[in-house]
Design a protein around this ligand. Structure first.
Ligand SMILES: Cc1cc2nc3c(=O)[nH]c(=O)nc-3n(C[C@H](O)[C@H](O)[C@H](O)COP(=O)(O)OP(=O)(O)OC[C@H]3O[C@@H](n4cnc5c(N)ncnc54)[C@H](O)[C@@H]3O)c2cc1C
Length: 413
């Protein structure tokens, strides 16, 4: 079967591309197909933290994701070993937490309502260039398209058609697990609606932070725990993340061994990387997302609009080289923010020493908060005053890892 556009993957970057095609160029959207290897609602490892830019991207599509079950995080405490500052990105809340199986299924439903077919249980196995497009082999037959969109995540196959570019992207590792909101054998140690992001493990080799987010599963309040390790800067690695998570959870009274830890990578944004090739564009994790916080949902949605505009332009001009896509990404508000986040993550991880981290998170809170909000997360931001200060973090101060965080056998990445 031949299509104008085939989108491989129906996570937020793929569905956003489809929805933006329907909004910007409905004629092309009518001849668009989405291929998805799983079927919605499908499991997707993710903290589900949605900053206000997610609202903004969805509003542009006429969608309100408050229809999806979510938790409004009251304050996010950004800290080093339990001391830091509270942060709110939104008006009256910090960020929202969704479950990705529900959020992605809701987006996919809206794609279908716009008349775009999603073929589920259809795994793309190989792609070949043809004279005027791309041939796509799947477990359910071969398809062809003038344009293929790689929305198939970090380990996707579409990227193989795109040369690496001047700079290779780093692939970060993340691990995550879900627990009840309160540990079985200990009292609650943190405010139910607050989130924690703690850079305590940086000196031990983790190039990022440990998190704890409130979440809701089947109506029940739970907590999502995880560690983000960007691996952006060449230095001694923390080895396995399992002992790091164990240490992080133990501070709040949980035992890692009682839960199931899973891992998944994300590709980090590099301005010198390639994002397109003739007849091919990449979006979301396939292209590269936030290196400082590993925030990928809002960039994935934003890529979708940039890709849809580039595809519309390609059909109008009959030029499928996508030579201008890279510069469109780099000049876009999200592209500017992602460049800053990669540069900031490099700087932060080069200065991982405890005294620098203490200075940054303990002493320079107002400046760090301003920088995060106004420099890293400023794209499309509704200009609103900073929230009033709130007293310090409502948790026992996590301490530095007691045992050296050495390699050990683990199922996580
Ligand atoms: C543990 C963890 C926690 C995270 N927490 C957050 C967070 O709190 N907030 C945030 O903003 N971001 C977070 N992220 C990042 C975020 O999850 C990603 O950046 C985001 O999902 C990218 O969306 P995407 O659509 O590009 O890719 P994905 O969501 O990965 O979607 C890719 C889709 O392609 C499909 N696919 C893959 N290969 C094929 C194939 N061969 N054929 C057909 N279909 C295929 C997959 O089934 C999938 O549906 C987290 C990531 C991880 C791993």
């Amino acid at each position: 079967m031949r299509y104008d556009v085939i989108i491989v993957g129906s996570g937020p970057s793929g569905t956003s591309t489809a929805l933006n095609l329907a909004r910007i160029c409905p004629g092309i959207a009518e001849r668009t197909l989405v291929l998805e290897r799983d079927s919605h609602p499908r499991h997707k490892l993710c903290g589900g933290g949605c900053v206000p830019q997610v609202d903004m991207c969805l509003e542009r599509l006429g969608l309100d994701y408050l229809e999806v079950p979510h938790v409004d995080v009251d304050w996010a405490h950004v800290q080093f070993r339990g001391r830091g500052f509270p942060l709110r990105f939104g008006k009256g809340y910090s960020f929202r937490v969704v479950r990705r199986n529900e959020f992605d299924a809701w987006l996919a439903d809206h794609v279908r309502r716009r008349g775009i077919e999603i073929k589920e249980e259809t795994r793309v196995t190989k792609l070949h260039r043809s004279d005027d497009g791309v041939e796509i082999e799947t477990n359910r037959g071969t398809f062809s398209a003038r344009v293929v969109v790689g929305a198939d995540g970090t380990s996707g196959v579409v990227r193989k058609l795109v040369p690496e570019g001047a700079k290779t992207c780093t692939v970060a590792r993340l691990v995550e697990l879900i627990t009840p909101a309160v540990p079985a054998s200990a009292p609650a140690t943190m405010a139910a609606d607050d989130a924690l992001l703690d850079f305590a493990f940086m000196p031990a080799g983790v190039q990022g932070y440990a998190w704890s987010f409130p979440t809701k599963i089947a109506g029940e309040r739970m907590r999502n725990w995880g560690v983000y390790d960007s691996r952006l800067v060449p230095r001694k690695s923390a080895g396995s993340l399992r002992p790091v998570v164990a240490e992080w959870m133990q501070q709040a009274g949980y035992r890692l061994d009682d839960y199931h830890l899973e891992g998944h990578p994300i590709r980090l944004f590099e301005a010198g990387a390639s994002f397109a090739a003739p007849h091919v564009v990449l979006v979301g994790d396939a292209a590269g997302v936030d290196a400082t916080f590993g925030e990928g949902i809002s960039p994935a949605l934003a890529y979708g609009e940039i890709a849809a505009r580039a595809i519309d332009d390609a059909f109008r001009r009959g030029d499928f080289s996508f030579a201008g896509y890279r510069s469109a990404v780099l000049k876009s508000p999200v592209g500017v923010a992602l460049r800053r986040r990669t540069a900031s993550a490099r700087a932060l991880n080069r200065f991982y020493y405890p005294w620098v981290q203490k200075l940054l998170w303990w002493r320079m809170g107002p400046l760090a908060r301003w920088y995060i909000k106004k420099v890293l997360f400023n794209w499309g931001e509704p200009d609103e005053p900073l929230p009033a200060e709130r007293p310090s973090v409502p948790v026992p101060a996590p301490h530095a890892p007691t045992a050296p965080v050495a390699s050990s056998k683990t199922t996580s990445r």
